[in-house]
Design a protein around this ligand. Structure first.
Ligand code: SF4
Ligand code: SF4
Length: 668
C-alpha cells in the first residue's frame, strides 16, 4: 500500500482538474446555501430519517410489497455475484444493455462483469461514458470524469469515433450525446440505480440532470433497478427530501433537472379499460436489492450515505491520491468505513483504512453528518481488522509505545531532558504534561510552555521522566487496550502528584486525556490545552506585540479545533502577541484543512503527509501570510518538513511567539 500511495502522490498533478471541479461544486453550494437558511435543520431531519430507516426490515418488507403490488418484480441478491447473475438472467438473451449512473452498479462491478460475459454495456451519463472510454476510475459520484481536461476528452473521443472532435465543450457534449443516443435507440433493456425507494407508494425515485436515466428507464423491453436496502424511505415526501440534499451536496444546485418517479411497468388501459403492459415504456420493471452484508451489519452509520460525494471534496487524503482512497462506488473514507462495517476488513484495508488522517473534515461536509473519522478509528480497533496486522512502520510505533513508552523508541530517561535546570517540583495542584512529541521533538517548546505558565503566575509541577505516554497514537492505530492502559497510567500518576489540573501543549494529548470522562471524575481532574489555560490568564502575561513577522495566520490543529472545539483561545493569544488582526486562511476554524500528519500518516505514508502539508502551505500563501502559527507539535513538524523552495512560509510554534512577546527575561 505504501508504494501505491507514493506512486499516487507522485502523479497527483493528474488530479488538478478534479480539484478545480471540486472548488466549483463547493463555491456553487455556498451560494445556494445563502438561499437555504434552514439547512442545518434539514441536515438534522435527514440524519433522523436515515437512523429510522436504515436496517428497518419492516420498512424494507413494506417497500417490497408495494413494489410488487405495482407490478414490479422484486429480488434480493445476497452479494455482488448474485446481483450480476440476476441481471444476466433478466437480460433474457439481449446482448446489449444501457445504464445510467449508479453507485450500486459500481459496487457490484456490473459493467465489467457483464462485459466479461460478452455483453455490450454502454454508460449513458456523459461523465461515465467518458470514463468508460478512457478506461480510468471515476473520481466523483456525480462528476465521474471531472479530473479530465477538455483536451484529454477531445483526444479520447476523436480516437473512439474515428473523426476529429474539437475541444469546444459544446461540440464535445454533442459528440458524446450523439454517440450515446445511437446505443439508446437500439437498446431494449436499461439499468438504473435509485436515489430512494418509497415503502408507502412502492416508487423508485431517480434524480438526474442529463435526461439519460429517464431514457434508460423507459426502453420498451425491461427496466432493471439495482439498489440497496438502505435506500428505502417511508414516503415520496421523504424521498424528495433525500434527493434535495443529495443534489445540493453533490452539485451545489438547489434542485436537480429531473426527478423521475417510477411506480411500475408502462401500461395503457385505453382499450375497453383493460390493462396492457408495455406501451411506450418497459413491459417489465425488476428491482434488485443488493444486500452485500448490509442486513446483518451491526454498524449501520456508513449506510446512511446518500452518495453525494461532498466528503471527498474536502478530504485531504482524497485531494492528493483521488480514488486510490475508497472503494468502487464508495469513494474516500466512507468506502473504507462501509466495507469494514460489512465485515470486509481486508477490502477495507485495501480501500485505505489506515490512510485517514482522522481530521474529521468529512463529517463537517456530510449532509447526514456521518462520523467517518470515528468509524474508521473504531474499525481499526476491530479484532478481525487487527488480526490482519499493521504494516511495519505502524507496528513499530505500537511496539515502541509498549516497550519504550513513546512512539519513537527513545530512551525513557530522555523524556524529561528538556526540564534540566528548570527546577520543577514533581508534585503540585497544576501539572504541566509535556507528552511524547513535545518532550522529545520540541524540548524548547516544553521549556517555553513552563515559562509562560510561570509568567501567568503559576508554578507548574512536572512528573519527570516517569511521565507516561497518553496513548493517543496507539489508539489511532487500533490498539485500544494499550491506549486505555496508558491513559490509566497517566491519571494514576497525576493523582499521585496531587494534581487537580493538567495542562498540556499538545492537542493530541489534550484530546486523548480529556476524552476519559470516567478517569477525570474518578481522580477529580480537569484537563486543559495550554491555549485555553493561558487565554484565561491573558491579563497576567503583559505581552509586548512582536511586529517583525509580517502577516500572521493561524493553522487550527484538527485535534484541538474540530475535535475539541478550541478555536477562539489560540486566536486571542496570537492577536495579543502580534498586536494585529490575524489573516484567516480561506479554510479555517471548523472548515480548516488538515496538515496531514495525524493518525499515523506521518510514519506510515510520509509522502502523503508532506503532500497534504504543502496544500496547507499553499492556503497560507493564498491568504498572503508571511508566518503560520500553530499550537501542535505534529502540525509544526509536518508543516516545517514539507516546505518547498518555491514558496516557503515560516511556521512558528504558538509558545515561541508568546515567549517572544513576553520578552526574553520573563519566566525562569
Ligand atoms: S477524517 Fe479526514 S482524512 Fe479521514 S476520511 Fe474524513 S476527511 Fe478524509
Ligand atoms: S458520507 Fe456523507 S458526504 Fe460522503 S458521500 Fe455519503 S452522504 Fe455524501
Amino acid at each position: 500500500m505504501r508504494s501505491r500511495v507514493s506512486e499516487a502522490v507522485r502523479g497527483t498533478s493528474s488530479l488538478d482538474g478534479m480539484r478545480r471541479s471540486f472548488r466549483t461544486i463547493i463555491d456553487r453550494r455556498l451560494r445556494s446555501v445563502e438561499r437555504l437558511p434552514d439547512l442545518e435543520s434539514k441536515r438534522d431531519v435527514l440524519r433522523e430519517l436515515k437512523e429510522r430507516c436504515v436496517g428497518n426490515e419492516d420498512l424494507l418488507r413494506d417497500a417490497m410489497a408495494s413494489l410488487r403490488e405495482n407490478g414490479c418484480r422484486v429480488l434480493l441478491a445476497k452479494d455482488s455475484d448474485a446481483a450480476v447473475r440476476a441481471v444476466v438472467v433478466e437480460l433474457e438473451g439481449e446482448r446489449m444493455v444501457v445504464k445510467s449512473k449508479s453507485n450500486v452498479t459500481k459496487e457490484v462491478g456490473l459493467a465489467a462483469a457483464l462485459e466479461r460475459e460478452g455483453f455490450e454495456v454502454v454508460e449513458t451519463d456523459l461523465g461515465d461514458r467518458v470514463v468508460q472510454i478512457a478506461g480510468c476510475e471515476a473520481v466523483h459520484p456525480t462528476g465521474p470524469a471531472c479530473h479530465l481536461t477538455r483536451k484529454q476528452i477531445s483526444e479520447l473521443l476523436s480516437q473512439q469515433l474515428g473523426k476529429p472532435v474539437s475541444e469546444d465543450p459544446v461540440e464535445l457534449t454533442a459528440a458524446v450525446r450523439d454517440e450515446i443516443s445511437e446505443h439508446l435507440d437500439r437498446a431494449q433493456v436499461g439499468v438504473t440505480g435509485a436515489n430512494a425507494i418509497t415503502a408507502r407508494e412502492g416508487a423508485i425515485v431517480i434524480a438526474h440532470n442529463e435526461g439519460n436515466a429517464a431514457r434508460c428507464a423507459s426502453l420498451p423491453g425491461k427496466h432493471i433497478v439495482l439498489t440497496t436496502p438502505d435506500k428505502v424511505v417511508p414516503s415520496l415526501n421523504d424521498a424528495v427530501d433525500v434527493v434535495g440534499m443529495q443534489t445540493l451536496y453533490s452539485t451545489g444546485k438547489i434542485v436537480t433537472a429531473y426527478i423521475d418517479v417510477v411506480t411500475g411497468p408502462s401500461y395503457t388501459a385505453d382499450i375497453e379499460k383493460q390493462v396492457f403492459r408495455g406501451m411506450h415504456g418497459p413491459k417489465e420493471v425488476v428491482v434488485v436489492f443488493v444486500d452485500n452484508g448490509r442486513l446483518g451489519a451491526e454498524t449501520r452509520e456508513p449506510m446512511y450515505c446518500i452518495g453525494c460525494g461532498s466528503c471527498i471534496t474536502r478530504c485531504p487524503v482524497y485531494d492528493i491520491v483521488g480514488p486510490l482512497f475508497g472503494a468502487h462506488g464508495h469513494l474516500g473514507g466512507q468506502g473504507a468505513y462501509l466495507l469494514s462495517s460489512l465485515g470486509k476488513h481486508e477490502s477495507a484495508q485495501d480501500a485505505g483504512l489506515y490512510m485517514c488522517t482522522s481530521c474529521g473534515e468529512c463529517e463537517e461536509a456530510c449532509p447526514v453528518r456521518i462520523d467517518t473519522k470515528g468509524g474508521l478509528l473504531r474499525a481499526r480497533a476491530e479484532p478481525s481488522a487487527r488480526a490482519l496486522g499493521l504494516d511495519a512502520e505502524h507496528s513499530a510505533v505500537v511496539a515502541s509505545v509498549r516497550n519504550y513508552d513513546n512512539p519513537w523508541q527513545m530512551p525513557r530517561a530522555r523524556k524529561s531532558r528538556w526540564s534540566k535546570g528548570i527546577a520543577l517540583p514533581s508534585k503540585g495542584d497544576t501539572l504541566y504534561y509535556g507528552g511524547c512529541s513535545t518532550s522529545y521533538l520540541f524540548p524548547e517548546s516544553a521549556q517555553r510552555a513552563v515559562r509562560l505558565m510561570r509568567a501567568a503566575g503559576v508554578q507548574p509541577g512536572f512528573i519527570g521522566s516517569g511521565e507516561p505516554c497518553c496513548g493517543s497514537t496507539v489508539r489511532k492505530l487500533g490498539d485500544v487496550e494499550l491506549a486505555r492502559e496508558k491513559a490509566e497510567e497517566c491519571f494514576a500518576a497525576f493523582a499521585a502528584a496531587g494534581a487537580t489540573m493538567i495542562v498540556t501543549s499538545c492537542p493530541g494529548c489534550f484530546s486523548m486525556l480529556d476524552s476519559h470522562d470516567d478517569l477525570k471524575a474518578r481522580h477529580g481532574l480537569r484537563i486543559q490545552h495550554l491555549s485555553q489555560w493561558l487565554a484565561e490568564r491573558i491579563g497576567c502575561l503583559q505581552l509586548e506585540p512582536v511586529r517583525s513577522l509580517g502577516g500572521v495566520t493561524y493553522h487550527d490543529p484538527c485535534d484541538l479545533g474540530r475535535d475539541c472545539g478550541v478555536f477562539d483561545e489560540p486566536r486571542r493569544l496570537v492577536r495579543a502577541a502580534v498586536g494585529d488582526e490575524l489573516l484567516e486562511m480561506a479554510r479555517s476554524r471548523s472548515e480548516s484543512a488538515c496538515c496531514g500528519a495525524g493518525s499515523g500518516i506521518k510514519s506510515g505514508f510520509p509522502d502523503l503527509a508532506s503532500a497534504i502539508a504543502r496544500r496547507r502551505i499553499e492556503h497560507a500563501n493564498e491568504a498572503g501570510a508571511d508566518t503560520i502559527v500553530t499550537a501542535c507539535p505534529w502540525c509544526l513538524q509536518n508543516l516545517r518538513d514539507s516546505q518547498t523552495g518555491a514558496s516557503p512560509v515560516p511556521v512558528m510554534d504558538l509558545w515561541e511567539l508568546l515567549d517572544e512577546a513576553l520578552g526574553a527575561s520573563e519566566g525562569d
